[in-house]
Write a protein that binds this ligand. Structure first.
Ligand code: F6R
Length: 608
């Protein structure tokens, strides 16, 4: 979703802004723009569509040392040149970029039009911010931004420059991501670390309701009361290569192939020399766990699917009842929560608004909050009582891949940790599972080594307009993730169904050559899956099955079989999803789609 960057320094600002925006493209956008202070005037340049459209009309050599830039993902008003950010006041003395939503913008806009005779050019909520700041401006940009923020409701990260202050950049954060990068004789703002990594590793994480005043040699953070805030510098330790393609054609493919590393890091960082668990971020004690009588796992999209797998792991290892819900539904269904509830939020970005608001709602009702997050210092991470960071590294491709497999590792470890604390998991079961888990990175590598098999499958199926994924037990959860992956990057109609539900309706859609993917990794339910495969085959379906090595009869039942290395039923989803991620990737490229930035989608969904 929208990305923001800002630069104040001694070098020419435009190349920094464009480079920063290019690193935020992955978040999803439909237009881009910059505003600079040049010769004592504010100049705005913006264009609908890809960043390359902006690059074509912008002069990189402009003589300016102060600027802001934005990639917009349309919410209020269609994608267009005029709705693109930055926005200005009527006299074009103030320019604003904004990520988020101003909920009361209509009311402010009416007031500005009727009482203050402001003239609006766009349909956006953001334009009111520029007019409002102008209304309060008396030569001190920070003071005007503070007064404007007092009147605004909603979620926002905002960057502002003014014509009369050619060496000052002001920013404010409320519920939308904002970071500051510290340089030598230059300072930056951005939505996310990749935008700054080429220039600095010294980052300040800005908290909610904080205002930042930046000049080339000073950064000052204030809270909502105007008090100066101290902030430790967060040193980015991951390499810039982690945010580059490194020879892969797409980030998505690179990230699929990074899974052995992500799985290894996430697991081994939680094991000590004796193979015992070291769950530092989780402070919940055995006594506190005893008091928990229910767990809610809440997330969106792929993170929700990881939650579904996690629910089964917690129920199996710790025998605690778990409900799993999508955050956009959870927020509005008045769930039964009290101080005996543990709320688990799962989020790669840690900024997904529905997940964040669900977390706050659960906290308000007394729940303890544990979160599984990839982005260090993100909102979800900061607002949680207990924290498990996945070690996937930055995920740039919009389709979540390595975040999912590392989230599964997180759930397995948390489930076992709880099971040991409440005595529901024996030491023997724990040791066997950990031993098995330690083989997973190698097994993921083995699966990836067979990517050609999946490439061939994609070459046969990429023109299909309808695909079904079915499974039983945890494979029915995984079918949902496999289906989401395919539809979001290939735009093919794909459906996920618990195989036992087929006969209750969906089988009516199966006809000659319908492509069905049967996930059949669960020993306990294997024979039942074979029957389901026979049912769809009898209606003419072409079945591609995923099974564990050693499961023999399936090659006589399905048309094609992909074997994953043998592992326990509980851990099988981590291996079985990989061929499906590859399938979605190869189909998408064969259809000529923009795999890393699929249409209409954003990486970090910071609006409702
Ligand atoms: C799908 C995908 C999305 C995200 C969802 C939640 O591939 O990427 O479904 O999983 O938007 O995002 P996070 O995990 O950042 O909260």
């Amino acid at each position: 979703m929208c990305g923001i960057v800002g630069y104040v320094g001694t070098n020419k600002a435009v190349p920094y802004l464009i480079e920063g925006l290019s690193k935020l493209e992955y978040r999803g956008y439909d237009s881009a723009g910059i505003a600079v202070n040049i010769g004592g005037a504010v100049k705005v340049i913006k264009a609908k569509g890809r960043l390359s459209n902006l690059e074509r009309i912008v002069d990189m050599d402009m003589d300016t040392v102060l600027g802001i830039g934005h990639t917009r993902w349309a919410t209020h008003g269609a994608p267009s040149d005029v709705n693109a950010h930055p926005h200005t006041n009527s006299n074009e003395t103030i320019a604003v970029i904004h990520n988020g939503i101003i909920e009361n913008y209509m009311e402010i806009k009416d007031w500005l039009i009727n009482d203050k005779k402001c003239v609006f050019k766009s349909e956006t909520d953001t334009e009111v911010i520029a007019h409002l700041i102008d209304y309060y401006y008396d030569g001190d940009l920070m003071s005007a931004v503070r007064k404007a923020a007092d009147r605004m409701e909603g979620a926002y990260a905002i960057g502002v420059i003014a014509k009369d202050e050619p060496d000052r950049l002001v920013a404010v954060r409320k519920d939308s991501p904002l970071i500051v990068g510290l340089g030598v004789n230059e300072n930056f703002i951005a939505s996310d670390i990749p935008a700054l990594l080429k220039y600095t590793r010294d980052i300040l994480l800005i908290e909610n309701d904080e205002f930042v005043d930046l000049s080339k040699d000073k950064v000052t953070i204030y809270n909502s009361l105007g008090q100066e805030q101290k902030r430790e510098i967060y040193k980015v330790t991951w390499d810039i290569d982690a945010a580059e393609k490194e020879g892969f054609e797409h980030f998505t493919l690179k990230e699929i192939f990074e899974q052995p590393k992500g799985v290894r890091e996430t697991l081994f960082r939680r094991l000590n020399a004796e193979d015992d668990l070291a769950m530092e971020g989780i402070r919940l004690t055995a006594d506190e766990l005893k008091n928990i009588n229910k767990i809610y796992i809440v997330a969106c999209g792929t993170a929700y699917h990881a939650g579904l797998v996690g629910r089964r792991a917690i129920e199996a290892f710790a025998k605690i009842p778990v409900e799993c819900d999508v955050a956009s539904e959870f927020r509005y269904r008045d769930p039964f929560i009290d101080e005996r509830t543990l709320f688990i939020a799962v989020s790669q970005s840690g900024e997904t608004l529905d997940t964040l608001q669900s977390l706050r709602e659960a906290k308000r009702k007394g729940a303890r909050v544990l979160s599984i997050v990839n982005v260090v210092g993100s909102s979800v991470a900061r607002e949680s009582d207990d924290l498990f960071y996945t070690w996937a590294g930055p995920e740039i491709g919009v389709a979540s891949t390595k975040a999912f497999t590392t989230q599964l590792i997180a759930f397995y470890l948390i489930a076992m940790h709880f099971g040991r604390m409440n005595g529901k998991l024996t030491e023997e079961e724990f040791k066997t599972t950990i031993t098995e888990m330690k083989t997973l990175p190698e097994k993921v590598t083995e699966v990836l080594a067979k990517s050609e098999e999946i490439q061939k499958l994609a070459a046969k199926q990429f023109n299909n307009e309808k695909v079904f994924f079915m499974g039983r037990g945890v494979d029915s959860d995984l079918a949902m993730e496999a289906s989401l992956k395919l539809k979001e990057i290939s735009y093919i109609n794909s459906f996920a169904i618990p195989a036992g539900e087929l006969k209750h309706g969906t089988i009516a859609l199966i006809e000659d050559e319908t492509f069905v993917v049967a996930l059949a990794t669960q020993d306990r339910l294997y024979d039942k899956m074979l029957s389901n495969i026979k049912e769809v085959k009898a209606r003419g379906a072409h079945v591609f099955a995923i099974a564990k090595e050693g499961h023999l009869q399936i090659d006589k039942t399905a048309d094609e079989v992909f074997y994953i290395p043998n592992t326990s039923d509980a851990l099988a989803p981590l291996l079985a999803i990989i061929p499906m991620q590859l399938f979605a990737y190869y189909v998408s490229t064969l259809r000529g789609n923009d795999v890393d930035k699929p249409r209409n989608l954003a990486k970090s969904v910071t609006v409702e």
